[in-house]
Design a protein around this ligand. Sequence first.
Ligand code: CAA
Length: 389
Amino acid sequence: MSDLAIYPLSNEHKMIREAARDFAQKEVAPIAAEFDESGEFPSKTVKKMGELGFMGIEVPEEYGGAGMDCLSYVLALEEICKVDAAHGTIMSVNNSLYIHGILKFGTDDQKRKFITPVASGKSIGAYALTEPQSGSDAGGMKCLAIRDGEEYILNGRKSWVTSGPVADNFVVFMMTDPAMKQKGVSAFVVEGNAKGLIRGKKEPKLGIRASATSEIIFENCRIPASNRLGEEGEGFKIAMTVLDAGRIGIATQALGIAEGAYDAARLYASQREAFGQTIGSFQGTGFKFADMKTRIEAARLLTYNAAMTKEKSKQTGARYTLEASMAKLFSSETAMFVTHQAVQIHAGMGYSRELPLERFFRDAKITEIYEGTSEIQRLVISRSELGIK
Ligand code: CAA
């Protein structure tokens, strides 16, 4: 991959990309297939990612993070996902879905208590928004938080919580005033050992199998009122703001998966022979490479642009909803396209579990679903373009 002319990378960018590439190739690549097969959470390599500073890349150093910019985060995550999207999911949820909301809306005390251990990789964070009856329609949540003096009592069921079985802390969204719909949602940080927080069964999944996903059930779970993020009623805005950041992570994950599959296909097409020539020299195969490469580079431009726009927003406060949604939409559909082509180019070997192609193919699908389906991204983009509320 060449650096892009419009985004000249600094030495710092190149260094974190190199560090992530080195770690991914040496430590994640050898174990990725085994953990995909067993579905076990890769605790050791996740801990190592924390030690290398990959679990809180944009967090200021005073809160235990690496103090780098959003493009640094994207470059590191891309390298991890070229090798294994499951490690990428764990890294992305920590950096964006969990940390971003606390960093942007939390008090200094909340940042010290809830970000520092997670940013330094000592503990793991998760984000609980979806419920069994409300996925895309996030405002249709039923989980309820009732104020009781200096505490809140939480009840209800959250589903599809990434890192749910292992997380130490959760950012959770609950109704505090159901009559107010989206404006009646509030956000909280809940510690994983809180009484009344119950971890549901681990979900069996098509892809990103080493990333653990579960329901989280709240049964009269009491938490201090000081764990509320922002004001009562601000929770939906917090959830959406966080998803804008999260969607840049998923766009990056999809880009990395596409690149991993593309690199493997390119090598294979230059070596595998049929009818007396390498299969890459057939025009039918060559044109697949033209389409894959063009889409990958377009996905990269959209994703890096979203990262740079987010970086600028740290000064201006402007939203980058549109940039993040376009990047996620295009990049995730690129991952599906490229992994499909890459399996086809490998033919039988692409279908075999002996190579990572079928894993890339399975892992790509989730990027079109979580943190807002492709249909939701189209809704967000079209509403923004047409000025529809
Ligand atoms: N930033 C800040 N505020 C935002 C916002 C954003 N990106 N998007 C909406 N808002 C605000 C709006 O301005 C509005 O506030 P005002 O009334 O004050 O103007 C308020 O939020 C309500 O907005 P909408 O009327 O647009 O709300 P809606 O109910 O129509 O929903 C939606 C909009 C885009 C469909 C939203 O529900 C959505 O994104 N749904 C998808 C949810 C999703 O991505 N879920 C994935 C969960 S995470 C996960 O996948 C699991 C995991 O662990 C990885």
